[in-house]
Design a protein around this ligand. Sequence first.
Ligand SMILES: Cc1ncc(COP(=O)(O)O)c(C=O)c1O
Length: 169
Amino acid sequence: MTHYAFNAAQHRPYLEFMQQLLDFIPVDYPLAGMLTNSGAEAAENALKVARIVTGRTGVIAFDGGFHGRTLATVNLNGKVAPYKQGLGNLSSSVYHIPYPSQDNGITTQDAKKALARLFQVEVDIENISAIIFEPVLGEGCFQMMNPDFAQYLQQFCQEHGILMIVDEI
Ligand SMILES: Cc1ncc(COP(=O)(O)O)c(C=O)c1O
């Protein structure tokens, strides 16, 4: 198969495949897509989009979350061992909160309180560009986020001009 980098030469198979992927996503607003080399690259690009769109740099992620092994994505991971070990100080504007799930005993209320605490104690909400989460934690023991918390997050993000990044692989 001959394959061109899409940024160098646009070609129909890429466009057709992307259309199929977009048709698969059940939302009623227009979508755009981009194929990347890895999950980490996808997550990093989502962070870049969030920075550019909002003009802010802070990110909220979840305890137990996993988003990759690159320098920007290890910051997002809610797990020190083995991802952050030996790396020294990571330049970070990432804040973690507990992941509410029926599988781990952390309630939606607990997570809402932790989110509120962040904005009282750690960071100005005006600095937050994005909230990133996995609908189902992979590395974090295959726990599913409480659907009512995911809905709350979507509303919260809309109210505060924050982008919601849903990382699933
Ligand atoms: C949710 C999620 N994001 C990102 C990644 C990183 O993907 P990659 O190893 O392709 O960089 C993974 C890998 O398992 C993942 O599960």
